[in-house]
Design a protein around this ligand. Sequence first.
Ligand code: HEC
Ligand code: HEC
Ligand code: HEC
Ligand code: HEC
Ligand code: HEC
Length: 237
Amino acid sequence: MWRLYLLSAFLLVLFCAAPALSDECSECHKAREFKVTHKKLYDYNLDFEISVHGVAELDCTDCHGGQSGTKDLDKAHQGVLEPVRYDNIPATCGSCHEDQYEAFTGSHHYQLLEKDGSAPNCVTCHGSMDMDFIFASRVKNTCQFCHNLESGTLPEIPDQADFILSKINIIKGYKSYVQQYLGDEDLKRKLSMDFDNLTAKWHSFELDTVEEDTRELLGNYRKAKAQAMKDRKHEKD
Ligand code: HEC
Ligand code: HEC
Ligand code: HEC
Ligand code: HEC
Ligand code: HEC
């Protein structure tokens, strides 16, 4: 009898140990010996696993292309750096994030990026393998890299970006409360759509209109939160 238990335990382990990612790239890249022999690759892999994309179980090939399903290094690597070259990055990311891509390709930043790489691309702000949201605390530094007094390139930008993102963060707080407690489903859906439009529009870098929209949405979320608090109280009574 115990043999049967042992066998099923063994099978269970085998099953659970099956790779979460379906491609061979990460299987090879997470080799333990890389911690010593290819430290950068090893670290990248760790970063990726806990990134928004790792958690969403993207495959390496979703961004890098190359050949999955082979353990042959040269075959696997065909063309893997091309999609992540600085000026190809927006299109690579844009294949999934269409709204941000559309807003971004209409921006002055995008023209400069394509011309001579003098403006940021998606990973300048979001990180690459460690992709994440960008927070108010970080955005100022990111913009300041180019927009500062020394360069004289629109040095007022970092403060404005910081101001807008702090407001967006407050909206995010209200948003999760409203999603949970507001009874009015239509309003909830509308506000959520407005939020998505706002963060997509941010990528046009028309900061003045983005700032206006942010103020307006903040006001609307504040009202909705007040209503949600009432709804919640009703439910409790
Ligand atoms: C057999 C193991 C193996 C497989 C399979 C593999 N890689 Fe690699 N990869 C490596 C090693 C080792 C390096 C370090 C550079 C080198 O030796 O070529 C590397 C380097 C890279 C680099 C950096 C290239 C550079 O020149 O700096 C990228 C990007 C990459 N791999 C992506 C991928 C993707 C995407 C796949 C799957 C389509 C993949 N790899 C499959 C082992 C592998
Ligand atoms: C969401 C898109 C995306 C996914 C998915 C992704 N990468 Fe990357 N990766 C990038 C970008 C963008 C860069 C370039 C970063 C830069 O320019 O600093 C990069 C860079 C790299 C590099 C360094 C290349 C160099 O120039 O040295 C390696 C190695 C790498 N990726 C491996 C992988 C592996 C392995 C996977 C799967 C576990 C993976 N990537 C999944 C977007 C992605
Ligand atoms: C194959 C599709 C795909 C590609 C390519 C891709 N992403 Fe994503 N991205 C996702 C998914 C799926 C999520 C998880 C959240 C979601 O469903 O929106 C995500 C989440 C994000 C988030 C967090 C925001 C959120 O809604 O959770 C950022 C920021 C992001 N991606 C930026 C990028 C950047 C920059 C690139 C290019 C280097 C890129 N993505 C490439 C599919 C993709
Ligand atoms: C100059 C900096 C910058 C660049 C360049 C940039 N982003 Fe963003 N991105 C931001 C900021 C700031 C936000 C809003 C912050 C937030 O939502 O928390 C954001 C938000 C996002 C989100 C999440 C929206 C949400 O639901 O909150 C995605 C996805 C995204 N960007 C993808 C991209 C892609 C794809 C590119 C390239 C085409 C790109 N970003 C270029 C700064 C940037
Ligand atoms: C890699 C350099 C670089 C980074 C990083 C950068 N910018 Fe820029 N940005 C530029 C350049 C160059 C210009 C063009 C300035 C000019 O025309 O005089 C510009 C122009 C702008 C403009 C004016 C747009 C227009 O239509 O004329 C805005 C707004 C802007 N950036 C916002 C930001 C914000 C917000 C951040 C940070 C989240 C940021 N930038 C990060 C290089 C950068």
